[in-house]
Design a protein around this ligand. Structure first.
Ligand SMILES: [Zn+2]
Length: 380
């Protein structure tokens, strides 16, 4: 298949006119200008005014229409369908607070299913005072045995664990995660700068939804947010949905952490459902336009897709190339440096999103297969 007639965006440049060739699962050609004639029998999609970007990789998503904590059969098909329409081609499943036995069941179900790109445990090792909408009754200290139980239940599929580094034993658990190849993320935390720096020294490489549910950055107390922005080895995950962060804060984070910011949605089950009551694990939340809450100023995840977050980032005056890299290139690098995902380059898997002039999703490809919208709706 040949896609041509619109801009092709690579993480370092925008091509005003360009083309991408897909054969099987992979990208077999990329170029500027007008493509060579399609081969005999090769499908040629020509759309004007559109931009092709790498498929979005959402490092932090709890579900959509259903919550991953409900287990794979209940959640994965619905959430995947919803988020693919929003351009997310890969994502680990993020799990919210729930009693440990239920968490173990969810881990086992998702690991068995094998269809998600790993699992992000966002709990239960969070600071009670910074747990946001997570159920405080489900929180646990990061004890060695519990971490091992959860990792075992995930059977190698746990790719990232968020923990509050000030909890007893947390720094040792960060080291353990790094030793077994799991990303240690810090967040939902009241850690001060010194503790955050210690966690980063121990190997933590992601800040979970920077600024949200963590000690605020202050001029004499940079805290966990300041440490994450300052340290080159830390990727800053940001919920740029117009609710979790002021636009100026998002711009500040982009400026302070070039090439190490990730756009995440933290979308919950309420994403893809009508406004009203929904659930975040065992907690009932109110879904208002834009962001669910518990009826308090605490925001309980988001209802956005990756494409909506990208659109908001661009509305917040962040360059499309930077927002695109944050939505796909950096997350791909974090999850698997060798995958080649997250860029539009020859020989990489053809995970692509075609955005129209308003940055609405036009077409989505996963490994060369057109997954959204249904093929009949695509103009040839
Ligand atoms: Zn969270």
């Amino acid at each position: 298949m040949l896609l041509s007639g619109w801009g092709v965006l690579t993480p370092d440049a925008t091509v005003s006119r360009g083309w991408v060739q897909i054969r099987g699962q992979r990208i077999t050609g990329v170029g500027a200008g007008t493509p060579a004639r399609p081969a005999e029998g090769e499908e040629h999609l020509v759309l004007t005014g559109c931009t092709v970007v790498p498929g979005f990789i959402d490092l932090h998503v709890h579900g959509g229409g259903a919550s991953f904590v409900q287990g794979a059969p209940a959640a994965v098909p619905r959430a995947r369908t919803f988020h693919r329409r929003g351009g997310t081609t890969r994502s680990p499943a993020s799990l919210v607070s729930t009693p440990v036995d239920a968490l173990v069941d969810a881990l086992a179900s998702l690991a068995e299913d094998g269809v998600v790109e790993g699992i992000h445990l966002e709990d239960p090792f969070l600071a009670p005072g910074r747990c946001g909408a997570h159920d405080p009754r489900s929180l646990r200290p990061p004890e060695r045995a519990l971490l091992e139980r959860l990792l075992d239940a995930g059977r190698g599929q746990v790719r990232m664990v968020t923990l509050a580094p000030e909890l007893p034993g947390a720094i040792d658990r960060v080291r353990r995660l790094v030793d077994v190849g799991v990303i240690a993320a810090i967040g939902h935390s009241d850690a001060d700068d010194a503790r955050a720096q210690t966690a980063i020294d121990a190997g933590a490489t992601v800040a979970t939804h920077l600024f949200n549910a963590m000690r605020p950055l202050q001029h004499r107390g940079p805290g966990i947010a300041g440490a994450a922005l300052e340290r080159e080895e830390v990727a800053c995950a940001l919920i740029v949905d117009g609710h979790h962060l002021a636009d100026a804060t998002a711009r500040l984070a982009f400026a302070a952490a070039p090439r190490r910011r990730a756009l995440v949605t933290a979308a919950v089950a309420a994403a893809g459902t009508a406004e009203g009551r929904s659930r975040l694990g065992p907690v009932e939340v109110e879904v208002a336009p834009g962001a669910p809450s518990e009826g308090t100023p605490t925001i309980a995840g988001s209802t956005v897709t990756s494409a909506a977050a990208l659109r908001h980032a661009v509305r917040a005056r962040l360059p499309l190339a930077q927002a695109s890299a944050a939505a796909s290139t950096l997350p791909a690098t974090l999850l698997n440096r060798a995958s080649g995902l997250g860029t539009i380059a020859v020989d990489t898997l053809a995970d692509l999103v075609v955005l129209d002039a308003d940055l609405e999703v036009e077409v989505v490809f996963v490994a060369g297969e057109r997954v959204a919208p249904p093929a009949a709706r695509v103009a040839r």
